[in-house]
Design a protein around this ligand. Structure first.
Ligand code: ADP
Ligand code: MG
Length: 682
């Protein structure tokens, strides 16, 4: 095996002294390789155009002849404005150049000039950002633009990269084996890197990008797959002995038969649990697809095998609701269920903690209170998190540490297109419930303008008169002042007046948890017929008699969130409705509203949402564990991602990958991260 090539420090580059090296370090550039890998995020296009083809306000480059002697004005301190008439094609235009007074001396009538700038058609003016005498520089048609900080300019980086190619023409090593390059017709690494900095044209740029994106995805997927392989091979987890008789008895006791989809994911989960390697599985299913009962069965399996189970929910309301549901399901089987949230205090808390550590509590449900240091389990075997995207990577990890390599199941109702989920969370296995329990009627969704409230009230009254209930969702109360959004209090007042014969409850984040409980209780027991709420009710709340969901300022919410909210209704057998109130001034907003009225398929909607918002927003913060790529884009390059995932999986399970020199450069980073060893090769 060849020794690792030592990296050339950036100071070896001609023209880089200690000062500049320091500034470059701010950009993460320490070596010549770092510089090569410092890709532009866009290009200035200096392609010569005829103004007839250029849109108003568009950036362009034109070729022309000077027609007047330049006029120079000074204003302010050291500020100047030069204007000159230039003939380009059929157009006689004014060219304005700021703060370059010296141009006046250099220009004479008849001179040929190349100008880049913004075209203002109405004033027949080009505001120049670049102006030089003579023909354009042929190689500079596409000029790279780099992210920079004070101290280093874009131009400086361009020069340095050029210098690096001159001085170190051979240090970029090919890290993809010929087999993969041939299979996908990928450019060589050195060529691709050169092109990404200095593309000759769109076509070459596209090819370079294609190669580098694939490489980026492949190296990422290799890490995930190598990690997964290592975990799989490990036998450090708990091989639950699952008593299928007991389990069948429990499943028979449920108030309904499981759907086919529930059965399928359940068997995937139980298989993982029986295996000695720790389970690391994502369970996704649309709102109302019945994930809770699947979780209950898995928890019961853990309890029967002599272990404790934990279920972590993002809000107290949801934790309480799960507790109620599970206590009900487990009652005939005498499984003891504990609830731990921030509002369990004092003596009750001490007793509960004691029962958790003694093992008297077999299933513990709670909020992130579960991961506090004073919580000690007797023998935690299975950890489930509900609405996994609500928790950061750290919080999820902390719960895992409460046991000795427990099995982990992450549940989410923000369905990610399955293949994307597999690719992004490549270290997890993914189970999908792709079917709703039968007998549900599709929720009818309408989009109306804010000013149609009278009609909405009449419709609401009609529903309430038949004994149904309604949710009315307002945007966050805290933000109402700045954002000029409808305030939950106002809406509450308004509805109380408009529908005096009904009781309107009010729920928002400023209530104490006892108050929230009381409000929720009143709504569940039908003492209140309307629940006005901020998005506190977003996740999980289950009141089957509610048949109407009204969402104010609906265009302020993301698609996935709207879908979640809508999922609060349609839980019983009656026809349910969702009314979206929105002015929807922007095209994106209208698009969102249209999608909501057209489909109730959460997977479809999340696919749209991903496109509308981009992966960064969609997956939430960096915490979600979704990687950021330099060039690759999860949505745009989605197919490449899937290809790279399959290739990575195949490679890490091949002997050649771990032994042959062909794969050395792909393998080395994995070995450095400790992802290489394994007791046996599979
Ligand atoms: P989610 O996946 O959104 O968490 P839940 O687990 O809350 O969904 O289930 C939604 C509703 O559907 C609950 O009232 C639950 O009792 C019911 N349910 C779950 N599975 C089935 C099934 N197989 N048949 C009929 N109803 C079911
Ligand atoms: Mg749920």
């Amino acid at each position: 095996m060849k020794a690792l090539r030592s990296k050339n420090p950036i100071t070896e580059l001609r023209g880089v002294g200690a000062r500049l090296a320091e500034d470059l370090e701010q950009l993460g550039i320490r070596t010549v390789d770092d510089l090569f890998n410092y890709y532009p995020y866009r290009y200035d296009n200096y392609e010569i155009k005829d103004l007839a083809e250029v849109q108003d306000q568009e950036q362009t480059t034109v070729l022309g002849k000077v027609q007047s002697s330049p006029l120079l004005n000074y204003y302010g301190k050291k500020k100047s404005r030069l204007s000159v008439r230039v003939l380009t094609g059929r157009y006689l235009i004014s060219v304005i150049v700021f703060n370059r007074p010296y141009l006046k001396r250099m220009l004479s009538i008849g001179d040929q000039v190349t100008i880049t700038g913004k075209w203002e058609r109405n004033r027949a003016t080009l505001a120049a950002t670049d102006f030089h005498k003579g023909e354009p520089d042929q190689n500079a048609q596409w000029a790279p633009v780099y992210p920079v900080k004070a101290g280093v300019s874009v131009k400086r980086i361009r020069t340095l990269v050029k210098q690096a190619f001159k001085q170190f023409p051979d240090i970029i090593e090919e890290n993809l084996p010929a087999s993969l390059r041939t299979a996908y017709k990928l450019a060589g690494k050195a060529q691709a890197v050169h092109t990404i900095h200095f593309p000759e044209d769109q076509q070459h740029l596209h090819q370079a990008r294609r190669r580098l994106v694939y490489e980026e995805f492949l190296t990422y997927q290799l890490k995930l797959k190598a990690y997964k392989r290592l975990k799989r091979a490990s036998e450090t987890g708990i091989p639950f002995s699952i008593d299928s008789k007991q389990l069948q008895a429990f499943i028979k006791s449920l108030p309904f038969p499981l759907t086919q989809a529930q059965n399928k994911v359940l068997s995937e989960i139980l298989q993982d649990m029986a295996h000695a390697a720790p389970m690391n599985r994502l369970l996704q299913g649309d709102v109302g697809s019945g994930k809770t009962v699947v979780a209950a069965i898995a928890l019961y399996a853990a309890v029967c095998a002599g272990y404790q189970g934990a279920l972590m929910a993002p809000t107290e309301i949801l934790a309480e609701q799960h507790t109620e549901t599970l206590r009900e399901l487990f009652r005939p089987f005498s499984v003891s269920v504990g609830l731990l949230t921030g509002s369990v205090r004092g003596k009750r808390r001490r007793e509960l903690l004691e029962q958790i550590s003694s093992g008297a509590v077999q299933v513990l449900i709670g909020t992130h209170a579960l991961i506090q240091p004073e919580v000690h389990f007797h023998q935690l075997g299975l950890v489930i998190t509900d609405e996994q995207h609500r928790f950061g990577v750290g919080q999820r990890g902390a719960l895992r540490l409460k046991g000795k390599e427990p099995d982990i199941l992450y549940m989410t109702a923000t369905p990610i297109p399955r293949t994307l989920a597999l690719s992004v969370f490549g270290d997890m296995d993914v189970s999908t419930i792709d079917q709703l329990p039968g007998g549900r009627k599709e929720i009818k969704t309408y989009w109306v303008q804010d000013n149609a409230m009278d009609r909405v009230i009449r419709f609401m009254k009609h529903e309430l008169d038949q004994g149904r209930q309604a949710y009315v969702i307002c945007p966050l109360i805290e933000e109402s002042e700045q954002l000029d959004v409808q305030n939950a209090l106002d809406v509450h007042g308004y509805l109380t007046q408009a529908l005096p014969e009904y009781s309107v409850a009010l729920m928002h984040g400023k209530l104490t948890s006892e108050e929230k409980d009381q409000v929720m209780e009143a709504f569940k027991e039908h003492r209140a017929q309307i629940l006005v709420s901020t998005t506190v009710v977003e996740v999980g709340v289950n009141v089957p008699n509610a048949s109407l969901m009204i969402i104010y300022d609906a265009d302020r919410f993301g698609l996935s969130q709207l879908h979640q909210l809508r999922g609060r209704v349609g839980r019983g057998s009656v026809q349910s409705y969702c009314v979206l109130l929105a002015d929807a001034k922007s095209e994106t907003s209208r698009e969102k509203m249209r999608m909501m009225t057209e489909t109730t398929d959460g997977f479809k909607l999340s696919g749209y949402d991903l496109k509308l918002r981009g992966p960064g927003d969609f997956f939430g913060t960096k915490q979600s564990g979704v990687p950021s790529f330099k060039l690759a884009d999860l949505v745009h390059d989605y197919r490449t991602l899937n290809t790279a995932r399959d290739d990575a999986a195949r490679l890490v399970h091949s002997e050649a990958f771990w032994k042959s020199d062909t794969f050395r450069l792909l393998r080395e980073p994995l070995i450095e991260m400790g992802l290489g060893e394994s007791s046996h090769l599979d």
